[in-house]
Design a protein around this ligand. Sequence first.
Ligand SMILES: Cc1ncc(COP(=O)(O)O)c(C=O)c1O
Length: 366
Amino acid sequence: MDGVLRLYFGESNLPTPEYIKQAAFRAMQDGFTFYTENAGLPSLRRAIAEHYRKMHHVELDPTSEIVVTASGVQAINLGIRCALDPGDDAIVLTPAWPNGSSSVMMANANVHQIAHPLCGERYRIDFDALEAAVTPRTRLLLYTSPSNPLGWVATDEEQQGLLDFARKYNLWLMADEVYDRLYYEGGKLGNPVPSILQKATRDDAVMVVHSFSKSYCMTGWRVGWFIARRDMTAKATQLNEFIISHAPTFAQKAGETALADGEGELVSMLERLKQNRDLCLNALRGLPGVTVPKPEGAFYVFPRIDGLTDSFGFCKRLLEETRVGLAPGVAFGAGGEGSIRICYAAESAILEPAMERLTKFLRAGA
Ligand SMILES: Cc1ncc(COP(=O)(O)O)c(C=O)c1O
């Protein structure tokens, strides 16, 4: 359809910053065009370890606890394939980006989605439902903080609760932290959401997946990373050989530059994203029948609309009648129906008219 105001995607509208592109050009000229290690360039793994030391005060061994991946989704896939046998069970906290659940199914394992309950204006974790979902074959629990699509960020106690739960039932705890730098409530913009790695020991069965995509506007580059206990990273490194061998070598070099020089541009992007978030909240709050939890991270708002039972149909009508494209809540699994997802990482020339059209559509009782 022509002329659609697109807010259904999951990436920033900003191009990759020039200094990162230049780093890739330089890397190609410097000969980073050959195969490299399955676990990624040692220099990038050292840079990631240094990043965690600086950002999270966590010590990681770059040679045995970090695997560079070809994106966040590849990190999710690797961890899941290493942790699950066919017929195993995995718990996934939802609403969530659907690829985690899909990766579980592709490993011929069973997904048990547990919805975050909305209590007042905040999403929480239903620990009773988690307890009830455990079976003798449960091996893994996946959660996402900051969340896509909720913008929810696990509190300190919630993180501890998840870790305790995983320890109690001997599960792998997979934390999707790809949005950890897109955090608006951390005191100062640029402060990350504290990683689960601060609470876990290096002997805990914990995996963290991460990516260059969101913080550095590098979605098309396909570079991410995976941090886990060393027996898991050893398996993941082996498995990488048969899937992608390794992430593109010059893109890994560009990632090193992003980590080293990216703070300034990241903070400017966060300032703009926070304004966009507030614009969406101001537009939606006070609309009758609409509940809008305040997102603390990522770049989505996920308003819940009273009485909505077909979010796909809602988004289709919105598209046809107003040319605004949003993602239906039902796409994000259990707990998603009844809501719609707006990605606000867009320029004002798109976001402002889109929000005007959406609020008019909602006011008309659509
Ligand atoms: C929660 C979450 N995790 C992981 C990813 C994967 O990002 P990428 O594969 O581009 O690194 C996404 C992308 O939308 C996401 O929303």
